[in-house]
Design a protein around this ligand. Structure first.
Ligand SMILES: Nc1ncnc2c1ncn2[C@@H]1O[C@H](COP(=O)(O)OP(=O)(O)OP(=O)(O)O)[C@@H](O)[C@H]1O
Ligand SMILES: Cc1ncc(C[n+]2csc(CCOP(=O)(O)O)c2C)c(N)n1
Ligand SMILES: [Mg+2]
Ligand SMILES: [Mg+2]
Ligand SMILES: [Mg+2]
Length: 317
């Protein structure tokens, strides 16, 4: 195994990713570019730990891209467009140069796709599992950001794309679920490389009354909108969009029927909007799954009865 030194990693691998104002990562901090008139910076941070958020033997380029995307997903949830990021990584003893080079290639690929640049970070060692943290920076028209607190009784509740694939993909990787090779690949790919709805979020400004991304689980994350808005929600479980691959996996396993509502790792957007709002078409399917009601809590209904969910979503503790 060969591992470059701390400063060689920064100069050889990370400096080529640096944005203007980051001085090729040669100084103590970066100077951020100016925004257009009327725009505000938006900042968010999510961390990922091997064995908790991804598997230690996942392809390193996809680990990097997932780290980028879970953060861009939070910017999208605010209606913000991505500009750049800062990266901290704590490398475990078994991250060699091959691992690092693949990781950095993943960063470069997503920088190209999303038009973002690296503005700084920190590189440290850990005797424990690989631990990554990324701070994403975006921009939004000042005062027009999407919040969790604007849902009103009578609004419709929508979700983008579909939910459940990633949680089922993780079950496949953990060999708790066996499905055909084609479906397995679809599900595993969505666990390892979520989409980030970077175009949808900003396009929802003007129609969504509240928005957030689905990281912990659909039920848990809808619960945040409900609580912050001082309202309740009734979700029609049979309307929740579930992919063909996920349906096949649910049928192949047992007791997985509600996993798409609670599994997490989807990185779709959930939002509320007045029933007569015109929704944007950015090529992402949007499905109406329920409505905001007076009261509190989120109820999942099917054929007139409430479905009980043991836990609404992921919790670290
Ligand atoms: N350690 C912390 N220090 C400061 N703010 C925090 C910390 N942890 C969470 N927050 C803030 O609390 C809010 C909710 O955090 P949370 O991580 O649950 O949101 P999220 O990123 O949307 O969800 P997820 O972490 O599941 O992707 C965010 O505004 C976040 O910035
Ligand atoms: C190996 C492995 N085991 C379990 C999970 C599930 N999981 C972990 S954290 C999280 C919520 C988002 O994280 P956070 O709230 O920290 O941003 C979810 C759904 C996973 N992704 N990988
Ligand atoms: Mg978070
Ligand atoms: Mg979020
Ligand atoms: Mg998040």
């Amino acid at each position: 195994m060969s591992r470059s030194g701390e400063f060689e990693i920064i100069e050889r691998l990370l400096a080529p990713l640096a944005g203007e104002g980051a001085f090729s990562l040669s100084d103590d901090a970066a100077v951020l570019p100016e925004l257009s008139h009327g725009e505000a910076w938006v900042a968010t941070k999510d961390a990922m730990v091997a064995g908790v958020h991804f598997l230690a033997d996942d392809p390193p380029d996809l680990i990097a891209r997932k780290l980028v995307r879970v953060n861009l997903s939070d910017l999208a949830a605010m209606g913000a467009s991505p500009m750049g990021y800062l990266l901290a990584f704590a490398l475990s003893p078994d991250c060699d140069d091959d691992w690092l080079e693949a990781f950095v290639a993943g960063l470069a690929e997503d920088q190209r796709i999303f038009g973002i640049a690296l503005y700084g970070g920190d590189t440290v060692s850990t005797p424990g599992p690989v631990t990554l943290s990324l701070t994403a920076l975006g921009r939004v028209e000042r005062g027009r950001e999407l919040r969790r607190n604007g849902a009103r009784a009578g609004d419709a509740v929508y979700v983008s794309g579909s939910v459940g694939d990633a949680a089922l993909g993780l079950k496949c990787l953990q060999e708790e679920l066996a499905v055909s090779a084609g479906y397995r690949k679809t599900l595993v790919d969505r666990y390892r490389l979520p989409e980030a709805r970077v175009r949808l979020g900003p396009a929802l400004i003007g129609s969504a009354t509240a928005c957030q991304d689905v990281s912990d689980g659909l039920a848990a994350d809808l619960g945040h909108i409900a609580r912050r808005s001082g309202a309740g929600m009734e979700i029609e479980a049979d309307l929740v969009p579930i992919s063909q691959a996920a349906r096949a996996a649910i049928a192949a396993g047992s007791g997985l029927e509600t996993l798409p509502f609670t599994g997490g790792d989807d990185y779709e957007l959930v939002f509320t909007a007045p029933v007569d709002a015109v929704l944007p078409d950015v090529g992402v399917p949007l499905t109406r799954i329920g409505r905001v009601v007076a009261g509190d809590g989120v109820r999942f209904m099917s054929r007139g009865g409430e479905i009980s969910l043991r836990q609404a979503g992921w919790r670290h503790f």
